[in-house]
Design a protein around this ligand. Structure first.
Ligand code: HEC
Ligand code: HEC
Length: 245
């Protein structure tokens, strides 16, 4: 993480924290596409430039690997995560530090801003799975393993795995390293969601091989432009989830 926190970043982050317009983003930042960015007019967009140093321009994931896309995720999900970092139910030094003194109102404003960005998803990448691993991943996503209490991922994350309002995240195209990291963090207790933590239960029921196969499969899918989270539905979820009641 230290390598990703160049000194110049500090100024941008301080401006973000003060709610003031951010400084121009440091030229040495990892997102090579930034130079092509249109001039940013809106004050919120300017303040949120501090986030793009890691999350990519306008909140898209970069190709640098571990950073999750945040653009277009459900507002309720984003708010929950920002609060989880603030209250250290989720652990990442930069995110914990950034959120430390933020009010609920500001976190809601940030969540609404990123949820409202409708940006194209990256093109599909090969997953490199064997035929057996691919079948294992698709079975988990679409059917689950009922005998082991593992519901289909689509039951909560939406039929297209693009999320479901108000607080279920989409999972397709996220970096495989990030997805494996999150499933592992739930298993070791480093990531927690509001109780009952249904996703923690499910993560603990997956074997390491299953987690790796499903993560690589999810990261290799793509979504047509304009695909967003599904509407909220009264359809019951297979487990109770405190973060998405
Ligand atoms: C120094 C790099 C860095 C900066 C700057 C940064 N983030 Fe993050 N962010 C991360 C990393 C790394 C993760 C994943 C952490 C983990 O493994 O749980 C993350 C996770 C997140 C998540 C959770 C995503 C998900 O799908 O669960 C949200 C939301 C988020 N960041 C929002 C922001 C916002 C808003 C800002 C600007 C105010 C910001 N981040 C600035 C590195 C950064
Ligand atoms: C019972 C509902 C439910 C099912 C079934 C479910 N999830 Fe989840 N999942 C959630 C909830 C709720 C969250 C958000 C938790 C939070 O707020 O931190 C989540 C979050 C996640 C995340 C973190 C995403 C991010 O951006 O950080 C991953 C990865 C994940 N789920 C993978 C899976 C996989 C793989 C399956 C299928 C094996 C699955 N989930 C099935 C409820 C579910």
């Amino acid at each position: 993480m230290a390598r990703l926190l160049p000194g110049a970043l500090a100024a941008g982050l301080a401006a973000f924290a003060a709610g003031a317009p951010a400084q121009p983003v440091p030229a040495a930042a990892p997102d090579a596409t930034r130079s092509a960015a249109p001039p940013v007019e809106d004050g919120m967009a300017r303040r949120m430039q501090a986030c793009t140093v890691c999350h990519g321009r306008e909140g898209r994931a970069t190709s640098a690997g571990y950073f999750p896309r945040i653009a277009g995720k459900p507002e309720g999900y984003l708010f929950n995560q920002l609060a989880n970092f603030r209250e250290e139910r989720r652990h990442n030094a930069a995110m914990n530090h950034l959120m430390r003194h933020m009010s609920d109102d500001y976190l809601r404003e940030i969540a609404r801003y990123f949820a409202g960005l409708d940006l194209p998803y990256p093109p599909a990448r090969p997953h490199g799975l064997t035929a057996a691993q691919q079948a294992q991943a698709e079975r988990l996503v679409f059917e689950g393993v009922p005998a082991r209490g593992i519901p289909a991922c689509t039951a909560c994350h939406g039929a297209r795995m693009a999320g479901r309002l108000p607080a279920m995240p989409g999972l397709l195209t996220l970096p495989a390293d990030y997805l494996v990291g999150q499933l592992g963090a739930w298993r070791t207790g480093l990531r927690n969601a509001a109780a009952p933590d249904c996703m923690g239960e499910i993560a603990r029921r997956l074997s390491a091989d299953e987690a790796s196969a499903v993560a690589r499969w999810l990261s290799a899918q793509t979504l047509p432009p304009g695909t967003g989270p599904e509407a909220a539905t009264a359809r019951p979820m297979p487990l109770r989830c405190g973060s998405a009641p």
